[in-house]
Ligand binder design. Structure first.
Ligand SMILES: [Zn+2]
Length: 132
């Protein structure tokens, strides 16, 4: 199956959420599962332009498999109200501490769908860490 090979907003969002967790070739195959047609080298080239690094160190060596503090700082959830969340969007709550309970907002980034956890790659790593 060959899909689009343009970096649209969704592809970039997926790339950014996968980057801390997967190598470039794993990211390419995950993007393919979303209908995109990127080679491993296209993924690496795009990550260089975005200044993000993969777990596999294709762009820059990373010691820990979990996101580094700089990756955490660069992470930007979309902050979607619960009723506006759609299937396939991260359901990790990201409300600021002073948010009234009836206005909770959620991450809303695309999530991986391989094991049923409704979180993006970043929040999946947090959920895993806090469960450990
Ligand atoms: Zn998330």
């Amino acid at each position: 199956m060959h899909g689009p090979s343009e970096w649209d907003d969704k592809a970039v969002g997926l790339l950014e959420s996968y980057a801390p967790l997967f190598t470039a070739s794993e990211i390419a195959s995950r993007l393919a599962a979303h209908g995109y047609d990127f080679t491993r080298s296209a993924v690496i080239g795009k990550m260089r332009r975005l200044h993000v690094a993969t777990r596999g160190g294709d762009v820059k060596k990373r010691k820990a498999p979990l996101p580094s503090p700089s990756a955490v700082a660069a992470f930007e959830p979309r902050l979607v109200p619960f009723l506006a969340l759609e299937d396939g969007e991260c359901k990790f709550e990201c409300s600021p501490h002073d948010t009234p309970t009836n206005e909770f907002v959620f991450c809303g980034l695309p999530h991986l769908d391989d094991d049923g956890m409704p979180y993006c790659a970043y929040h999946r790593s947090i959920a895993r860490r806090s469960a450990a």
